[in-house]
Design a protein around this ligand. Structure first.
Ligand code: UDP
Length: 326
């Protein structure tokens, strides 16, 4: 199939682009390179540099795309709290422009990167897809609004849409890993400590109602997450908006994650207690039963040790590359 990957120079988009190529699809990437990296776009993809509003329609026309996998977005929760307008415009506004461009050019399928952040502070755990959508920050709210728009575009314009609600994605695949600047995510930050780039990791809050007081999250390997996108592409049904959670169904506390990172890296990784981070729910664990049952998805790399080990291999490779580059 001819597919367009928006945000294909980013962490998850690049891994999905790599797997789409491996599966024999013809892959184009549209990315403004504001947070992505040109060298993350897999060889074999055609890269269009620019924004969705500026170039989305043109790129759909030129590539003859039959489907869009939409990753391009802002995704930093604290930034969304400080600058909500960036999230309404950059996430919701750009996606509406993309949907209109798809409608104009008769592109009938979209797989969308949604997030567990749409659930806010959940009532029960693990979280099923029919749990109330009550985002606790503008990032989650912008993604929830896009989910609503997708439901309407499916109902009124007949597109086939699938939203995949990611829990905590980590790990690396085919030399593609997480490279945010500044980094805000737990596992890459801990690995920066292990690489000697930071002195310690801060544990944001140890007074949550969890076993050890730190927040519990469901970590999923980026390669498993990417595989779900290929299944979702096949699972787009005209006129339907389908929603699936993607996680392993097992929660790990911040303290437990740091311990696994110590084992994988052999580094003591000093950890210091810090204040809670605004907008963080205590526990987010997925029920991915629907994705398993309806898409036939099975995460093949569920062990946290493996997820961290693959991220570590990627990061130590980058240390070598950074050193060689001088
Ligand atoms: N976290 C932490 N120290 C850090 C970064 C994150 O304690 O330096 C915690 C954060 O408060 C959350 C968990 O680790 O409870 C996962 O955070 P991350 O930013 O990786 O993902 P999120 O769950 O926010 O999507």
């Amino acid at each position: 199939m001819r597919v367009l990957v928006t945000g294909g120079a980013g962490y998850i988009g690049s891994v999905v682009a790599a797997q789409l190529l491996e599966a024999g699809h013809e892959v184009s990437v549209l990315d403004d390179l504001s947070t992505g990296h040109r060298d993350a776009v897999p060889a074999g993809c055609r890269l269009f540099e620019g924004g969705i509003r500026e170039r989305g329609a043109e790129v759909l026309a030129e590539t003859g795309a039959e489907a869009v996998l939409h990753f391009a977005a802002r995704s930093v929760v604290p930034e969304s709290v400080a600058h909500p307008e960036r999230y309404w415009d950059g996430n919701l506004g750009c996606t509406l422009a993309l949907l209109e461009a798809m409608r104009t050019h008769g592109v009938g399928r979209i797989v969308f990167s949604s997030t567990a952040a749409v659930y806010g502070e959940p009532e029960s755990s693990p979280i099923p897809e029919d749990a109330p959508v009550r985002p606790g920050n503008p990032y989650g709210a912008s993604k929830a609004a896009i989910d609503t728009a997708l439901t309407e575009y499916a109902r009124l314009h007949g597109i086939g849409a699938v939203s995949l609600r990611y829990f905590n994605v980590a790990g690396a695949y085919a030399g593609l890993g997480e490279r945010h600047d500044p980094e805000t995510h737990l596992i890459p930050i801990v690995l920066q400590v292990a690489r000697g780039l930071r002195e310690s990791v801060a544990v944001y809050g140890e007074d949550y109602p969890t076993a050890d007081g730190s927040c519990v999250r469901d970590y999923i390997h980026v390669a498993d997450l990417a595989e779900a996108h290929l299944l979702a592409l096949d699972g787009c049904r005209p006129g339907e908006h389908r929603v699936f959670n993607l996680g392993n169904g097992t929660g790990f506390s911040v303290r437990e994650v740091i311990d696994v990172c110590r084992k994988v890296t052999g580094h003591p990784v000093p950890a210091v207690s810090a204040e809670r981070r605004p907008g963080d729910p205590a526990t987010l664990v997925a029920s991915s039963e629907s994705a398993r049952r309806e898409l036939g998805w099975t995460p093949r790399r569920p062990e946290l040790h493996r997820i961290v080990a693959d991220a570590w291999e990627f990061h130590t490779g980058r240390t070598a590359a950074d050193t060689a580059a001088g």
